[in-house]
Design a protein around this ligand. Structure first.
Ligand code: MG
Length: 444
């Protein structure tokens, strides 16, 4: 096999256990991680039914290298990241986030809790391919311990970062749907601690995700939306499988787009002189809010680790993507579902308004998203597009139009070209996106 073959994708290693993700493979990845890192490794997982098998295999591999393992059990990805950060140790997360239930994955994190740099992943991959594993004598095999206070540590820290008294006073009625995933315990616990009256849906851990798909998109949240329509709750919340993301439903049962919830949180958090980081694909609503607050918006390539890295480099206060993954610099530099919820409740508490009112007061923009699904030579398209206009090439090609903008970018993993058109006018957003769809379609 190629010694330079890539194992870690954009979200770690993903596969179907006992097919492409075998116990032997997971153990060897554990050995490679244990060989590369020193000083103990923390591990945790989501609720997937294959999680214990994969986790045990990784643990065995790590222990054989002489590294100790601290097992945190089942908990959200950001809770594992927070433990790694506060203890200054490297970590492994067994999760496939929002993927279908047959998948699982192995993700390594740095000793500051952030996602691993590509250069560290390459080193781990080299050790794996060369089978250059450290193997200690029997009396130096690593120590295993189970720790059960990681959720408390995480939730208490989240609560300290918001105005908990203001939230508590409102006695919000919240309907929480962790989707049978990693936040099945921690999110109801957080909400209770914030003085909310909590009703849960899909809060039993079910690693086969039999109730709903783990991706918190409106089409997967029918039960939550229907229950919100009863008018008995102030806010509806849903997570993805590993709870690094949280999305919201308003008190009337309307799904809130991630760009809008992020805008609302930025409006609540950002102050004059602060820095805010979002990918190039994010709505101009956030730009408008930053201008209103006197904050600076920095735009990066698409991807949460890129946003997090830019936040660290710029000491930014807040950042995130439109899929519900908000990153709060005062807590930790990674997407964080519980932090997102707490900041949203704080926005509602401080304003004294309903969530739907706060959303309707945001600058209104419309985004039309299209995609061309076939193999197209991106370099040719790019050359043609930037030939006659000034374009931003941070990620793909972004072109300013007189009443909006268009972003055209190729998918990193599939034969897809994505086209986003945004404008304050819905028809203009559609026109921009469809016009560029036609231009690209005619190019090849
Ligand atoms: Mg996730």
């Amino acid at each position: 096999m190629d010694s330079d073959k890539r194992l870690f994708g954009t979200n770690g290693i993903r596969g179907i256990p006992n097919q492409d993700l075998s116990t032997e493979f997971a153990m060897d990845i554990g050995k490679a991680i244990g060989t590369y890192f020193d000083g103990g490794i923390v591990i945790g997982r989501d609720t997937r039914s294959t999680g214990e098998m994969i986790k045990s295999s990784v643990i065995a591999g790590i222990l054989s290298t002489g590294n100790s393992v601290t097992d945190l059990g089942i908990l959200p990805t950001p809770a594992i990241q927070y433990y790694a950060k506060t203890h200054g140790i490297y970590g492994v997360i067994i999760t496939a986030s929002h993927n279908p239930p047959m998948y699982n994955g192995i993700k390594a994190i740095s000793n500051d809790g952030t996602e691993l740099d590509r250069k560290d992943e390459i080193k781990i991959e080299e050790i794996y391919w060369q089978r250059n594993f450290k193997k200690v004598e029997w009396n130096r095999i690593g120590n295993y311990s189970y720790v059960n206070d990681a959720i408390d540590l995480y939730i208490n820290s989240v609560i300290k970062k918001v105005d908990a008294d203001a939230i508590e006073k409102r006695r919000f009625r919240v309907l929480a749907d962790p989707g049978n995933g990693a936040a099945y315990f921690s999110t109801p616990y957080l909400l209770s601690k914030l003085g909310c009256s909590v009703v849960t849906l899909n809060a039993n851990p079910d690693g086969k995700f039999t109730s709903r798909n783990a991706e918190p998109k409106p089409e997967n949240l029918g039960s939550l939306i229907d229950l919100m329509k009863t008018g008995k709750f102030d806010l509806g919340i849903a997570h993805d499988g590993d709870a690094d993301r949280a999305v919201f439903i308003d008190e009337a049962g309307n799904f809130i787009d991630g760009d809008k919830s992020l805008s609302l949180i930025v409006r609540n958090v950002a102050k004059k002189g602060d820095k805010v980081v979002t990918p190039i694909s994010s709505s101009d609503a956030i730009l408008e809010i930053c201008r209103e607050k006197g904050a600076e918006l920095i735009r990066t390539r698409v991807g949460a680790p890129v946003v997090a890295r830019a936040m660290i480099e710029n000491s930014a206060i807040i950042g995130g993507e439109e899929n519900g993954g908000v990153i709060y610099g005062k807590h930790q530099y990674c997407r964080d579902g519980a932090m997102t919820i707490s900041l949203m409740l704080e926005s509602m508490a401080r304003s004294g308004r309903k969530i739907s009112e706060l959303i309707s007061e945001l600058p209104q923009y419309y985004m039309e998203k299209l995609q061309i699904e076939r193999k197209i030579d991106w370099e040719i398209i790019k050359k043609n597009l930037v030939k006659s206009v000034k374009a931003d090439e941070t990620d793909g090609v972004k072109i300013e139009e007189k009443n909006g903008w268009v972003l055209i970018r190729p998918s990193g993993t599939e034969n897809i070209i994505r086209i986003y058109g945004e404008s304050k006018d819905r028809k203009a957003a559609e026109e921009i996106a469809h016009r560029y769809y036609g231009i690209i379609d005619r190019m090849q």
